[in-house]
Design a protein around this ligand. Structure first.
Ligand code: SF4
Length: 233
């Protein structure tokens, strides 16, 4: 029996072709999952005006609009006045952040503020594979920090930076690189470890596989970090 493959839909800038259909999805950027009333209204208007059949909250705290006709994609983007969230290109796809001290009684650090700074810092950065970031305002880790490529965990004494986590089909708990950092120090360390990863990983190699291949001690040594911190309490 021969199988005839359907030709893939043509590429449309800023949109993801939906398999088996001639429609597209777009994912506006929503740093740390924060959305304003104006943005909500713009999204609702676009959904009605362009008859978009699916608006889906994603696991990365974004809203995907699915089922858009190719010809409508540029007009939908123009009507939203929102940036494009990465979904297929290599680089930082999203930064998810829990409410932290802004809106959670358990918060020990301002995860929303740090998430916003991270999102800004890495916007457009090309990396060997996709990178997901999770920021949690306390050790309960609602931001899933230990199973993201980059994780930040707020504690009373500052931020812990975690690297190499993954929640996919081959899950991996990330390794702590340092603890007790202020926000600037945490961001600087994230920048250094991502630069090391960018310069040394194979194309398409996620951070979890990179750490498995190299060993976390090799990564720590390359970053000039002291011996591994003791397990956090
Ligand atoms: S990780 Fe901590 S601060 Fe963040 S939502 Fe969960 S309990 Fe609250």
């Amino acid at each position: 029996m021969s199988i005839t493959k359907k030709n893939p839909a043509p590429k449309v800038k800023g949109a993801i072709a939906q398999r088996g259909t001639d429609s597209y999805a777009i994912i506006p950027r929503l740093p740390s999952g924060i959305i304003s009333a104006d943005q909500l209204e713009a999204l609702a208007r676009a959904i009605r005006q362009f008859d978009i059949p699916i608006a889906k909250l994603t696991s990365g705290q974004r809203i995907a609009l699915v089922g858009i006709k190719a010809a409508d994609v540029p007009t939908v983007w123009a009507s939203l006045s929102m940036g494009e969230g990465r979904a297929v290109k290599h680089g930082v796809h999203y930064v998810q952040a829990c409410p932290g001290t802004t809106a959670c009684g358990y918060g020990q650090q301002d995860s929303l503020a740090l998430g916003a700074r991270l999102e800004e810092m890495f916007d457009g950065l090309d990396l060997p594979a996709k990178v997901k970031v999770g920021v949690s305002g306390c050790p309960m880790c609602c931001g899933e920090s230990y199973v993201r490529d980059i994780g930040l965990v707020g504690r009373k004494n500052g931020w812990t930076v975690v690297f190499g986590g993954n929640a996919g089909g081959r899950p991996r708990v990330g390794d702590e690189l340092a603890s007790g950092l202020n926000a600037d120090e945490a961001l600087a360390l994230v920048g250094r470890v991502l630069t090391h990863y960018r310069d040394n990983a194979k194309k398409c190699q996620r951070t979890a596989r990179f750490v498995e291949a190299r060993g976390i001690e090799s990564v720590r040594a390359a970053l000039g970090l002291p011996e591994a911190p003791k397990a956090s309490e």
